[in-house]
Design a protein around this ligand. Sequence first.
Ligand SMILES: Nc1ncnc2c1ncn2[C@@H]1O[C@H](COP(=O)(O)OP(=O)(O)OP(=O)(O)O)[C@@H](O)[C@H]1O
Ligand SMILES: [Mg+2]
Length: 317
Amino acid sequence: MKEYDLIVVGELNVDLILNNIEKTPEVGKEVFARDMTLTLGSSSAIFANNVSVLGTRTTFFGKIGDDSYADLVFNSLQKSGVNTDYIIKTKTHKTGITVAMSYAEERAMITYPGAMSVMSADDVSDGLLMKGKHMHVSSIFLQEALLPTVHLLFKRAKSLGLTTSLDPQWDPHENWDVDLEVLLPYVDVFLPNEGELMAMTDSTTIDAGIKKILAWSNHVVVKQGVDGATLYSGDKELHFPAFLNRKLVDAIGAGDSFNSGFINAFIKGYPVERCLELGTIMGAVNTTAQGGTGAFVSLDVVREAAKEQFDFDYIID
Ligand SMILES: Nc1ncnc2c1ncn2[C@@H]1O[C@H](COP(=O)(O)OP(=O)(O)OP(=O)(O)O)[C@@H](O)[C@H]1O
Ligand SMILES: [Mg+2]
């Protein structure tokens, strides 16, 4: 029996979310936002938070500053049951922050990466990896010290018997400097959104992008916002439409919440078709409350949102 179902290796930061912005800001001028939240940010942490709420025994490995933003991150993760013993506080770098300006379903973001940029694959010990069944990594392009050897981390995790997943997230430099042919064979579930897939494969359509990577891939799940998600594995292709949310709050973190529904089920051994459905419902649940974690207060609250807003019975053991 492993101590953890899941080890999340990734970046940690806080989000300052500005909502109800009256108009697009311009340099030299000022605009009002009529709502704001300071909350747990970063794709990896939102994923860890939500997957833990769904019942996955989760530990986190990452680097963070020694400051009050770190306290917010630790408190949020611990409240949701995520183990934080392996998070390293560094005095050399501050905790990162993302400022998100939200316009309906899209948003403009500025990230100060801070401590997340100094964590490397070598920092993750075999001893820690051996404590978990599954490793998830997110946002590799934000983690500059991790990116060059991330394939070695995945290779090590696989050789130690873990299953693995990767959400690449956007590359702010748009260099997409990763060799998918080397990396993807060690990734059991690859979870890009459609824009990331096309950019990473230098393709103009999802189909063309999938064609380029399918031979190196295990399961690829392409997230398509309000159009749902599509799973590709071998010659199997399965689309699942999004659940329509008539009372959308915001879609921040919908991708991470999708990942949490998918991976929670994947670790439990559910067929990938069912994982796809459970990812899609969690992406939708995410949009019923503010930010990436607002809807994931407890399993009961998640179940209630799934039932009341989408008529979906979320039952999983
Ligand atoms: N407005 C919405 N209504 C219902 N479901 C949604 C909505 N937006 C997203 N989802 C669900 O969440 C999933 C993931 O969202 P999306 O495609 O936006 O991921 P992403 O671009 O990776 O997001 P993120 O910015 O969080 O990384 C979608 O595949 C869909 O199932
Ligand atoms: Mg995403």
